[in-house]
Write a protein that binds this ligand. Structure first.
Ligand code: 13P
Length: 251
């Protein structure tokens, strides 16, 4: 059975004092909890803090995006090797906010995904449709194209070292969650698409749901057969909420 994975995406939130308390509370709350993989995706300046607080604990850490180039004149950007310097295990790529606000195309996301894999990180590839796309009946096609761009770039075998997160854009930060059935339908389609290339990789692939996941709705989402965890935004900033979701994920 696939291990459930609960990850907090802090987005552009936090501060040294606030992070210290949050990480401390999460560690205390997770003591004695096993059977779930847990990580936090923190803003770049707090990677050192995350490393200091979390090294040697069961909680992993990573960044929220990465540049695909190894180094160079890319002002403001951060490379895979830099993330490795802070012992990141993971990195998010293609979050919908990166796609929508910072103009990252499927092709650009695929490059980041490839660079992360090549550098030994475990990338979490985020995919998901907008409300307009869902209402136009394009959900399956949009998600399939986003996944396909990454799959074509790295090949299916590389997906053994990656995670996929389905985050319907209309459910992010809106309080409007996909129903378990809506989410399951897309998760199953993602797994089927991967299975079309390699059934074993598909069977092992962790596919997380993200979009207004909270303690109140986590258990029913996580109970769906193809939902293997959550990518949590707002609720990951509140230790008790994040912990409640982690506990709901224990299998
Ligand atoms: P919310 O949980 O705040 O809706 O955010 C989801 C998300 O974008 C996680 O990456």
């Amino acid at each position: 059975m696939r291990q459930q994975f609960v990850a907090g995406n802090w987005k552009m939130h936090g501060g040294l004092a606030q992070n210290r308390r949050l990480l401390q509370d999460v560690l205390v709350g997770l003591a004695g909890v096993s059977g779930v993989e847990v990580a936090v995706f923190v803003p770049f300046p707090y990677l050192a803090q995350a490393q200091a607080a979390l090294a040697g604990t069961p909680v992993g850490w990573g960044a929220q995006t990465v540049n695909e180039h190894p180094q160079g004149a890319y002002t403001g950007e951060v490379s895979v090797a830099m993330l490795r310097d802070f012992a990141c295990r993971y990195v998010l790529v293609g979050h919908s906010e990166r796609r929508a606000i910072f103009g990252e195309s499927d092709a650009a996301v695929a490059e980041k995904f490839a660079a992360a894999l090549a550098g030994g990180l475990r990338p979490v590839l985020c995919v998901g449709e907008t409300l307009d796309q869902r209402e136009a009946g394009q959900t399956a096609a949009v998600v399939a194209a986003q996944l396909d761009a990454a799959l074509q770039r790295v090949g299916v075998a590389a997906l053994a070292n990656a995670v996929v997160a389905y985050e319907p854009v209309w459910a992010i930060g809106t309080g409007r969650t996909a129903s378990p059935e809506q989410a399951q339908e897309v998760h199953a389609a993602i797994r089927a698409q991967v299975a079309g290339a390699d059934a074993q990789v598909a069977e092992r692939l962790q596919i997380l749901y993200g979009g207004s996941m909270k303690p109140q709705n986590a258990a029913e989402l996580l109970a769906m057969p193809d939902i293997d965890g959550g990518l949590i935004g707002g609720a990951s900033l509140v230790a008790n909420d994040f912990l409640a979701i982690c506990r709901a994920a224990v299998r």
